[in-house]
Design a protein around this ligand. Structure first.
Ligand code: ADP
Ligand code: MG
Ligand code: ZN
Length: 506
C-alpha cells in the first residue's frame, strides 16, 4: 500500500456526511408529508343561518306534501319546545330521509331548518371517512359540539351509507367503525332539551347499519319518491318562478312528458330552457326552448354520431317496429327518431296518459311485445338481428321475471311469489318458475313477429319516412298509421290467451 489508509478515509467521509444527508432526507420527507396534508381537501361543514340568502323556505319545496306534513311537526317542536315538553312528548331527534338522488332530501332538510329558525349544519358522511384513524370521529365530535353550542340547530348528514354501512364480519375497517361509533355516541348523547335534531339522507336504506335505526337514533324515516304528475307540475312552477314565460309554454305538457324524472332533473330542464332562450337572444322562454331542454336532459346531449347507411336502415326498421307496435297496442307514440341521443341510438317516446301505479297483466304483456318489436322488425326485414336491442331485452327480462317471481302472473304460478332469495323453493319449483319466465318473453317475441309481419306495409312506410326525416312527430306518425287498426289486447283477453298459448276453456 502507499500509506494511504483507505478504510479511515471512508469512515471519515461517512462520519461527516452521513448525518448531513440523513438530515436533508428527513427534511424532504417532512416537507412532502406537510404538503400532502395541506393538499387534502379540508371539507368544512356547510352552515346556513335562518333567514340568510341561502336559506330555503317551504315555498321552494314543491310536491313533497306527505313529507312536509311529517316535517312540520319537527318545525313546531323546534319553534316551541316547551309546549311539547309540557305534554311529555318525546320528539324524534333523528330523521332519516331516503329516496333516489335529486328528489329533494337536502332541500327539505334545509327548509325545515329555516322554517323553524334553526341553524343548519350539513356535512357529507364521506367527509368523515378519513385515511387517518380517529380523524373522522374527531370531525363528528366537532360538528355536534358546534351544533349544540348554537342550538336550536339541525345537523344534516348526507350520504349516511358512507359511514353507516352494515358492518360485515370479513372486511373489518377500524376507522369506519370508530366513525360510526362516534356518530352513535353523539346521537345518544343529547336529550330533547338540547334542541338539536339530526337528519340523515341515504339512497340505500337496506345497507345501513341497523344500530343507526334503533329507537332514539334515526327512528323516524321519511321516504321521498320521485314526484308524480302533480308534483312535477308544482316543481316546474317553483323553477320557472322569475323566468319570463312565453304564451305558448305548456308546463302541464312538460310535466306529462317527464314521468320518472326527479326535482333535480326538472330544475335542470328549466335552466336549460332559459339558457336556450338566452342563446337565441329571446326575451322570453318559448315552447321550443322547453322541447329542446327536455330532449337534452332526457336523452343526453343532442349530438349526431356518424352512422353508416346500412346501420341507419337497420335503426330505422328497429324504431319503426317499436313505433308501429305501440300504435297496434293502442299507445300512440309521441315521437320516433333515429338520431342518437346519449347512449340510445334512437328511441320512441310515449306520453303516459295518466299516472299509474298498477298495471294489469295484459298491459305488461303489451308492453313486452312493444319492447321486443325493435328486434322483431330487424329479424323480419333483414333475417338477422343486431346487438342494438340489448337494452330492450334487459327491460323485458326484468318485467317477465317480476311477473313470475313476484306478481303471480305466470301461467300456473298465479297465487304465490317465487323470489330468487327464497331458499325454501324446491329445484322443481325453480325450474317451473324459470320455464314460465322464458315462456312469457318467448310468447311476446313471437307475437311481435306475427303482428309486424301482418302489417309489413305500414312497417315499411314508417321506416322509409324515418330514413327520410330522421324524426317523426305524433301527427306524422298518425298519418302513416292511417288505416291500420289497433289490435289492443289490454282489453282483449283472447289475445292474451293466444299470446300465452293457453286456453282457459279447454
Ligand atoms: P337530494 O338531496 O335528494 O339528492 P337535492 O335536495 O339536493 O336532492 O335536490 C337537488 C335540487 O333539485 C334542489 O336544489 C332543487 O333545486 C331541485 N329539487 C329537487 N326536489 C325538489 C322539489 N321537491 N321541489 C323543488 N325543487 C326540487
Ligand atoms: Mg342531497
Ligand atoms: Zn329498441
Amino acid at each position: 500500500m502507499l500509506g494511504f489508509d483507505f478504510n479511515s478515509a471512508i469512515s471519515n467521509f461517512a462520519l461527516t456526511w452521513l448525518p448531513v444527508m440523513f438530515f436533508l432526507l428527513m427534511c424532504i420527507v417532512v416537507y412532502l408529508l406537510w404538503k400532502t396534508v395541506k393538499l387534502m381537501p379540508r371539507v368544512k361543514p356547510m352552515e346556513i343561518t335562518p333567514g340568510s340568502a341561502s336559506a330555503v323556505t317551504w315555498d321552494d319545496v314543491a310536491g313533497l306534501d306527505e313529507a312536509k306534513e311529517e316535517l312540520q311537526e319537527i318545525v313546531d317542536f323546534l319553534r316551541d319546545p316547551a309546549r311539547f315538553e309540557a305534554l311529555g312528548a318525546r320528539v324524534p331527534k333523528g330523521i332519516l330521509f331516503h329516496g333516489p338522488p335529486g328528489t329533494g332530501k337536502t332541500l327539505a332538510a334545509k327548509a325545515v331548518a329555516n322554517e323553524s329558525g334553526a341553524r343548519f349544519y350539513a356535512q357529507s358522511a364521506s367527509a368523515f371517512v378519513e385515511m387517518f384513524a380517529g380523524l373522522g370521529a374527531a370531525r363528528i365530535r366537532k360538528l355536534f359540539e358546534e351544533a349544540r353550542k348554537n342550538a336550536p340547530s339541525i345537523v344534516f348528514i348526507d350520504e349516511l351509507d358512507a359511514v353507516g354501512q352494515a358492518r360485515s364480519g370479513h372486511s373489518f375497517n377500524r376507522e369506519q367503525d370508530q366513525t360510526l361509533n362516534q356518530l352513535l355516541v353523539e346521537l345518544d348523547g343529547f336529550g330533547p332539551r338540547d334542541q338539536v335534531v339530526v337528519m340523515g339522507a341515504s339512497n340505500r336504506l337496506q345497507d345501513l347499519d341497523p344500530a343507526l335505526l334503533r329507537p332514539g337514533r334515526f327512528d323516524r324515516q321519511v321516504l321521498i319518491n320521485p314526484p308524480d304528475l302533480k308534483g312535477r307540475r308544482a316543481i316546474l312552477d317553483v323553477h320557472t318562478r322569475g323566468k319570463p314565460l312565453g304564451d305558448d309554454v305548456d308546463l302541464d305538457g312538460v310535466a306529462r312528458q317527464t314521468s320518472g324524472l326527479t326535482g333535480a332533473d326538472l330544475q335542470n330542464i328549466c335552466n336549460e330552457a332559459a339558457i336556450g332562450a338566452g342563446r337565441n337572444d329571446r326575451a322570453t322562454l318559448t315552447h321550443a326552448d322547453f322541447d329542446y331542454a327536455l330532449e337534452r336532459v332526457v336523452a343526453g346531449l343532442q349530438q349526431r354520431r356518424v352512422v353508416t347507411d346500412k346501420e341507419k336502415r337497420i335503426l330505422a326498421y328497429h324504431e319503426a317496429g317499436h313505433a308501429l307496435m305501440s300504435h297496434l297496442v293502442g299507445n300512440q307514440p309521441e315521437k320516433a327518431t333515429i338520431i342518437a341521443r346519449g347512449t340510445a341510438l334512437g328511441y320512441v317516446l310515449h306520453l303516459p296518459e295518466e299516472e299509474r301505479y298498477l298495471e294489469t297483466k295484459e298491459e305488461l304483456l303489451d308492453w313486452m311485445v312493444m319492447a321486443l318489436s325493435g328486434r322483431a322488425a330487424e329479424e323480419i326485414v333483414f333475417g338477422r338481428v343486431t346487438n342494438g336491442a340489448a337494452n330492450d331485452l334487459e327491460k323485458v327480462t326484468q318485467i317477465a321475471r317480476a311477473m313470475v317471481f313476484e306478481w303471480g302472473m305466470g301461467e300456473s304460478v298465479t297465487s304465490r311469489t317465487m323470489r330468487a332469495d327464497n331458499y325454501a323453493l324446491s329445484e322443481e319449483t325453480k325450474r317451473l318458475r324459470d320455464t314460465e319466465q322464458a315462456r312469457l318473453t318467448d310468447a311476446a317475441y313471437a307475437d311481435a313477429v306475427r303482428l309486424l309481419s301482418k302489417h309489413r306495409g305500414a312497417l315499411d312506410r314508417v321506416s322509409a319516412a324515418l330514413l327520410e326525416k330522421e324524426t317523426l312527430d305524433r301527427d306524422e306518425l298518425a298519418a302513416l298509421f292511417a288505416g291500420v287498426e289497433p289490435e289492443s289486447r289490454s282489453s282483449d283477453s283472447v289475445g292474451v290467451v293466444r299470446a300465452l298459448g293457453v286456453d282457459p276453456t279447454g
